[in-house]
Design a protein around this ligand. Structure first.
Ligand SMILES: [Zn+2]
Length: 237
């Protein structure tokens, strides 16, 4: 005769499947992946900031070099005028001499500035390289974690497939009305549709059932009348 008890093995398999699906959805690896993705975003931010800093130094260096070069052109033109014999007036020569000295001094200032900026850029350039290689490491970790997730999911999926096959075999031996009743109650709290009543304690919600109701459950001839008054799961007594 069909008995609710027949459904207990189905419940056991379904509970195991539920736990597996929960484990699949909550793999530690997934949290790990989220953390690494956050690290990667932060690292990209660090890289952009360093690159902006480097760009600024390089631009200032270029400006100083351009200034020095323009001044050098002008100084060379003056030197040429002074020494090619085209200017002979001693007073004019004297003023060219003064201007040349002033230009060379200015040129020196800009060249020194360009050198200092180049020295400033060096450590920042190293920082950019370090930050990029750290980002590459994080990318490699993300890839590795992604692969581990695929493997872990495949393992769980294989277990779920095995459970589904086992369930099909078990269900084939059970009264089809009972199975239909069970399946119609698929969305019970914690996935518990059928549980044993031990004494007066419900095996689903673990609460104590009042004596009169517990007695009704024991004497129920229709499985639908054996539901726990608290959680609604069908009780095997
Ligand atoms: Zn209950």
């Amino acid at each position: 005769m069909a008995s609710l008890r027949d459904l207990l093995p189905v419940q056991e398999l379904d509970t195991r499947a539920l736990q597996l699906r929960h484990r699949r959805d909550n793999l530690d690896l997934r949290a790990d992946l989220v953390e690494h993705n956050q690290q990667q975003s932060a690292q990209q931010q660090v890289i952009s900031e360093l690159e902006a800093q480097l760009h600024q130094i390089r631009r200032a260096q270029k400006e100083a070099e351009d200034h020095a070069s323009l001044i050098d052109d002008r100084a060379q033109a003056i030197a040429k005028a002074m020494y090619d014999g085209s200017v002979t007036d001693p007073k004019e020569l004297g003023s060219l001499q003064t201007e040349l000295a002033q230009l060379r001094a200015n040129q020196d200032t800009f060249e020194t500035q360009a050198l200092e900026l180049m020295e400033q850029a060096d450590p920042v350039e190293e920082d950019v390289a370090d930050a990029r290689s750290r980002a590459d490491e994080i990318t490699a970790s993300i890839q590795a974690i992604g692969e581990q997730i695929i493997v872990a999911e495949a393992e769980i999926d294989a277990e779920l497939d095995a459970l589904a096959a086992e369930r099909a075999t078990v269900v084939a031996e059970i009264d089809s009305d009972l199975v239909a009743l069970y399946d119609s109650m698929g969305s019970m709290p914690g996935g518990i549709v059928v549980a044993e009543m031990t004494g007066r304690r419900c095996g689903g919600c673990h609460l104590e059932i009042p004596s009169a109701q517990a007695e009704q459950i024991r004497s129920a001839s229709n499985p639908r009348d054996s539901a726990c008054p608290e959680c609604g799961c069908l009780l095997v007594s």
